[in-house]
Design a protein around this ligand. Structure first.
Ligand SMILES: NC(=O)N[C@@H](CC(=O)O)C(=O)O
Ligand SMILES: [Zn+2]
Length: 496
């Protein structure tokens, strides 16, 4: 089936920001054309001047001819030697033209149109940090519910972390995840393998085998690699394989048994704190190790000012380091814990206003390359308990775009910058080509930029309800998520 996405503004940062129609055939982007251009484009036959009109839809006026002449520059594959195309088009711009009754190209012209007036189409969003809990903790989330939540959040691809049970530290588990996702269709899954077997921090996992089975990076996320020599060796192997090492930066001896940010709020609540240095010291160590090994290092879930500073300095020195933060770190602070709300408990913890602003500054000056969710679903069993006994982690897939768009609405980021951070940068880091160009799979996120909606966890497709954002009013919502030309999510009328 051929689809025409009609009437939307198409934004692919660095290459397109314009009103374009996207033609999709067999799951692939076939053409990106001017909204007034006919499709398929007119096939010229000099012996039959009237042929130029065949297959055209009727238009109000005849300006579509000169538009048709422009198709070549609009990525439509114009035949070699077709240089007088536009000239011919002009010649045939006769006022008697009507699309009615022209059936010559009707087979090719059999196009289903999707009206996207008022919407923005962007390259599919990629969330490079999610926890899908399968295998092992399917009561919290499954690959199926996680991928549905991802599609609803506008993500065409996600990267599940290896802290499943069993751990994704071998090719069998990797293959299981990949196959499960393939059998489901919808949002794509690119697993991240473990750095060490069983996430124990001792012996390296088999990166080569896992890479063949589909991993795109390695990490012990959920736990730091405590031993610097182990981390160094991991970086050396990963470098050889051309995959990034993702660091969950945490000094366990400093974090101790803290369960929120160390500071005034923790003192007031009588909760043990985790200082910024528990994160930033390991960020600094891993940047030093990346400098030593030349590996590609990616810092996960950056929460505090000192980490942002360390990454900024590392980048200045030319270290191959990228970093992500999550929407909660630039939206709320440790004040959100005030009612002992376990839905505001995650690792690293929510920090102070100063840190929140430093994270936004890091996003806007490019120090923080990527926005990822760290989607960490838990059940009531782990969350409906005393604060210090509750599990760390919040869900994020279905609120990420809405929360992140607030940075655009309030002028902290441009829309292009946001799409860079939620789509293009993760794609580049993971070697995924999601440019909106003919020949690429039609993995697209369609955003309704002015829709107002409220976060209602009861409507989540995720099994997790553990969000601190319930009741938030947001502007900008996912309208449709398309993966390989198939609709993976479509907002029903009226929003949620
Ligand atoms: N972020 C969290 O608070 N929790 C994550 C682990 C992690 O990303 O460190 C989890 O798996 O629940
Ligand atoms: Zn982590």
């Amino acid at each position: 089936m051929r689809l025409r996405l009609k009437g939307a503004r198409v934004v692919d940062p660095g290459s397109i920001d314009d009103y374009k129609d996207i033609i999709i055939f067999d799951g692939m982007i076939e053409a990106v054309i001017d909204p007034s251009s006919p499709y398929p484009p007119v096939m010229l036959d000099s012996s039959d001047p009237s042929s130029v009109t065949k297959g055209l839809k009727s238009e109000e006026n005849d300006t579509n001819y000169s538009e048709a002449g422009k198709i070549g520059v609009d990525n439509f594959p114009v035949e070699e030697g077709d240089t007088n195309y536009s000239e011919k088009g002009k010649v045939e711009a006769s006022p008697t033209v009507s699309g009615e009754g022209y059936t010559n190209c009707s087979k090719e012209a059999d196009i289903t149109e999707i009206d996207l007036a008022g919407m923005v189409v962007v390259p599919g969003l990629i969330d490079m940090h999610v926890h899908l809990r399968e295998p092992g903790q399917e009561y919290k989330e499954t690959i199926e519910t996680g991928l549905k939540a991802a599609a609803r959040g506008g993500f065409t691809a996600v990267c599940p972390m290896p802290n499943t049970n069993p751990v994704n530290d071998n090719a069998q588990i990797t293959a299981f995840m990949v196959n499960r996702a393939k059998s489901l269709g919808g949002t794509r899954l690119y697993p991240v393998g473990a750095i060490t077997r069983g996430l124990k921090g001792e012996n390296l996992a088999e990166y080569g085998d896992m890479k063949q089975a589909g991993i795109v990076a390695i990490t012990d996320d959920g736990r730091p690699v405590e031993n610097a020599r182990v981390m160094r060796r991991a970086m050396e192997y990963a470098r050889g394989l051309g995959i990034p090492v993702i660091s969950h930066a945490e000094d366990l001896s400093l974090a101790g048994d803290g369960s929120m940010n160390e500071g005034i709020v923790a003192t007031r609540l009588g909760i043990k704190g985790i200082p910024n240095a528990a994160e930033s010291t390991v960020v600094m160590r891993d940047i030093a190790l990346a400098e030593l090994t030349g590996a590609r290092l990616h810092i996960a879930h950056v929460s505090c000012e000192e980490s942002v500073d360390a990454i900024r300095q590392g980048k200045k020195r030319g270290v191959n380091v990228t970093a992500e933060t999550a929407p909660h770190y630039f939206t709320i602070t440790d004040e959100a814990v005030a009612e002992y709300d376990t839905n505001a408990k995650m690792n690293p913890p929510l920090r102070t206003e100063q840190d929140r602003l430093a994270v936004i500054e890091g996003l806007s000056d490019g120090t923080l390359d990527i926005i990822a969710t760290d989607h960490a679903p838990h059940s009531l069993l782990e969350k409906d308990v005393e604060f210090d006994r509750a599990a760390f982690g919040i869900v994020g897939l279905e609120t990420a775009l809405g929360l992140s768009l607030q940075l655009v609405n309030n002028g902290s980021l441009t829309f292009d910058e946001l799409i860079e951070k939620m789509s293009k940068k993760p794609a580049a880091l993971l070697n995924i080509n999601n440019d909106i160009v003919p020949g690429n799979p039609a993995d697209l996120t369609i955003i309704d930029p002015d829709a107002f909606w409220s976060v209602n966890p009861e409507t989540f497709f995720s099994k997790g309800r553990n969000t601190p954002f319930a009741g938030y009013h947001l502007r900008g919502e996912v309208y449709m998520t398309m993966v390989q030309g198939t609709i993976a999510y479509h907002r029903t009328d009226g929003g949620q």
